[in-house]
Design a protein around this ligand. Structure first.
Ligand SMILES: [Mn+2]
Length: 377
């Protein structure tokens, strides 16, 4: 059986105020095309289907469309909730959807859902573990010894009786392997802490031939190839500029996983980081529809820089300046600044940030502003 592992769709997300819905529809269409091209027989979605617990209506319409398209191609869906989703809302009509081979596990209520699909070698079990916190599992399994996330996931999985020799886990958690923390991406907005109380040891998944994970937005393996984060299908943060996004194609054979492939995705608009003086960046713009983060190297801030940038790149998202030159840090800053007059302190700060001292006119302006400010105090 070949299945496609997706995660962290974050439908309805806005990035720097830009609505990503069209980009999301575009990427889901591409995923459908990949399903057809590769003969995909199931689609796994490992949580953070929506960006927020109460997603915009258009995001719900988009998911509805995607699930309908998959159902029309007779491709079963196996999905769990992530920490961004509302577990209860995702569970809406889930038993009705299950009849259409759309299996969604929103809430954890004591035992993960186990779905059995068949290929020519026999049954394959998919264990659907929604995002859980220790307290959730403790509530449903009061007798289990649960002290942290790791023991909580262990207890939640221990409840399952294996339903087939080939087992696939779908989960949305922070998973680590030994001393290897996963590489974060930038858009994981939940407070992610690596190597502390909320991480789960990948060794917990030893009974599965593949663990399809969500939560970390950069595609990667965790310790071994068969424990993986699919990563988000789109760049959702300017720190992800230039990152190649993908979906993961997994082929399960008679004895377990035979092949794992990352299929690259091409976004509707790339996210790019440009560095240089504004005049050069806007002189000959290319791929002007891209989402742009510009770091300007101009020595002084320009009053209408964003307007000029957007004239060249209408989807420019952010603009900042490269600090000019670095002043060595005195070991004891407090000693150095104590007793210095305000204008001198500002002068130091300005020089550090811009690599040049204030001009005479600027010094006068700073003095005047300071006087005005102290008057209003
Ligand atoms: Mn996420």
């Amino acid at each position: 059986m070949k299945f496609l592992h997706l995660a962290d769709l974050h439908l309805g997300k806005r990035v720097n105020g830009f609505d990503m819905l069209e980009d999301q529809r575009f990427i889901l269409e591409q995923i459908l095309t990949l399903c057809e091209k590769h003969g995909v027989e199931a689609v796994v979605i490992a949580g953070d289907i929506y960006d927020t617990p109460v997603p915009p209506a258009a995001a719900c319409t988009l998911l509805d469309w995607f699930l309908t398209q998959l159902a029309a191609r007779r491709i079963p869906v196996l999905a769990v909730s992530g920490n961004h989703d509302s577990a209860e809302r995702l569970d809406f009509a889930s038993s009705l959807l299950a009849e259409q081979n759309v299996h969604i596990a929103g809430r954890f209520t004591g035992c993960p859902k186990q779905v059995v699909l068949n290929d020519r070698h026999g049954p394959i079990e998919f264990t659907l573990l929604p995002f859980v916190r220790a307290a959730t599992v403790r509530h449903y399994l009061p007798d289990a010894d649960i002290t942290d996330y790791d023991s909580a996931v262990g207890a939640a999985l221990a409840v399952c009786e294996p339903a087939a020799p080939r087992r696939v886990l779908v989960a949305h958690q922070m998973v680590v392997s030994g001393v290897c923390p996963p590489q974060l991406s930038g858009s994981e907005t939940a407070p992610l802490t690596v190597g502390t109380v909320d991480s789960i040891d990948a060794a917990r998944f030893a009974g599965f031939c593949y663990a399809a994970l969500g939560h970390i937005h950069r595609a990667q393996r965790v310790g071994i190839d068969a424990v993986r984060y699919a990563g988000a299908p789109l760049c959702y943060h300017l720190d992800e500029c230039g990152m190649q996004k993908s979906v993961t194609l997994v082929r399960v054979g008679k004895r377990g996983v035979e092949k794992i492939e990352q299929l690259p995705l091409t976004p509707r608009r790339a996210m790019r980081h440009l560095t240089g003086p504004l005049a050069r960046l806007t002189a000959r713009p290319t791929d002007t529809e891209d989402y742009i983060w510009a770091t300007l190297t101009d020595p002084t801030p320009l009053p209408d820089a964003m307007a000029q940038l957007r004239a060249a790149y209408p989807n420019a998202m952010r603009l900042d300046y490269l600090p000019q030159g670095e002043v060595a840090h005195p070991l004891d800053m407090t000693q150095a600044v104590r007793g210095k007059p305000f204008v001198e302190l500002f002068q130091d700060f300005f020089t550090k940030m811009n690599g040049r001292p204030l001009t005479v006119e600027e010094t006068v302006a700073v003095k005047r502003l300071r006087e005005e400010a102290s008057k209003s105090e």
